[in-house]
Design a protein around this ligand. Structure first.
Ligand code: FAD
Length: 317
């Protein structure tokens, strides 16, 4: 209950233009942003992704431009996102590009989302194939009301032969059914717990119920049937016990380490990511870039109240 209240408060703060202006202009705020960010520009982000690869880690680049409410800001986001996707072609990095539907227009005019998403995916499709490198446009999942249009977007672009992946959230009751369909279709799916809040009619509302559902969905993703269908599982959690369970499932069902992957956020449990990679697992870090970092950082703090200490420390140091 308290956790949900905290999370709701941080999501509210993430949407506040006044708090955003105050923090993004401050020295303390900039110090906080460094923890999570891969740089301010597309070139810095690609360089960070290349650096990660030298440490045995892959990347998923995410342009920081959330909660946009004008066509002008949407256009700017699309320019930056297609720019970074194009910049990946000549680089050595092995990177996905993550995209929020609202970031590329869904909240301003839903008709914009498809052509914008298609433009990003086409840039990634143009990257020359290299063994072991996967250039997907990963579609992030936002609040419950956006699930249907987000799945339709993913399925439509995939039907066009574009390299796309979908994020699904264990906190939603509907996900089991959504996931079963994606497994049968042999899609690439990233499983997360969910950074949003919804009512008990559509969601699990306790941490234990969300974790139990995460386990159930993970078992579906790493089943022998999913492997036969050509499905690509992406297990996105910082919970090392859950990761161990995923590895055990993968071994039992004879998945090879390059046939699935783990994904974590930059700045969160880097030691766990390094250990997992050292065990031969494929590990990707979500790497935001840009200057508009405040909403993203607030969502991370909402997920983990202990991160509020980081915020407090960065403000007094
Ligand atoms: C790659 C990636 C992509 C994501 N994309 C989406 C998306 O599209 N839509 C969506 O709703 N959510 C997304 N999320 C967020 C996700 O839904 C969870 O809110 C978040 O990952 C926390 O759950 P967990 O399973 O990682 O960790 P928990 O079970 O919450 O915690 C496990 C351990 O990790 C630590 N930990 C977890 N989170 C943090 C943090 N932020 N800072 C410090 N320590 C932490 C905890 O203290 C604990 O020790 C994404 C997460 C990742 C890793």
């Amino acid at each position: 209950m308290l956790r949900r209240l905290w999370q709701r408060g941080m999501i509210g703060l993430a949407c506040s233009p006044a708090a955003r202006r105050l923090m993004q202009g401050s020295r303390a705020g900039r110090a906080l942003s460094k923890r999570y960010n891969g740089g301010e520009t597309a070139a810095e982000a690609v360089a960070s992704a290349e650096h990660l690869l030298s440490q045995g880690l892959r990347a998923s680049l995410f342009y920081l431009g959330e909660y946009v409410n004008t066509r002008q800001l949407v256009d700017l986001n699309v320019r930056e996102i297609t720019g970074v996707a194009a910049a990946l072609a000549p680089s050595a990095a092995d990177a996905h590009v993550s995209v929020d539907p609202t970031q590329i227009g869904h909240g301003v005019d839903a008709n914009l989302t498809w052509p914008h998403a298609r433009a990003v995916a086409e840039c990634l499709a143009a990257i020359p194939a290299r063994p072991g490198r996967l250039s997907l446009m990963m579609i992030d999942m936002e609040d419950h009301g956006l699930v249907d249009p987000t799945i339709a977007l993913h399925d439509g672009l995939r039907a066009e032969g574009l390299p796309v992946g979908l994020t699904v959230q264990a906190y939603l009751r509907r996900t089991e059914e959504d996931l079963a369909r994606q497994i049968r279709a042999g899609a690439a799916v990233r499983l997360v717990k969910g950074a949003f809040i919804a009512g008990p009619d559509v969601s699990f509302t306790t941490q234990s119920a969300i974790k139990a559902n995460y386990r159930k969905l993970m078992a579906m993703m790493l089943s022998a049937e999913a492997r036969q269908a050509g499905f690509y599982p992406i297990i996105a959690t910082h919970d090392d016990r859950m990761q161990d369970e995923a590895v055990a499932l993968a071994r039992k069902n004879v998945w090879q380490p390059h046939e699935y992957e783990f994904e974590m956020l930059k700045g969160v449990r880097g030691d766990v990511a390094a250990r997992l990679a050292a065990r031969g697992e494929r590990v990707r870090l979500y790497l935001p870039f840009g200057v508009d970092w405040f909403p993203y950082a607030m969502r991370r703090i909402g997920e983990n109240p202990r991160n509020a200490m980081l915020l407090a420390r960065s403000m007094v140091s």
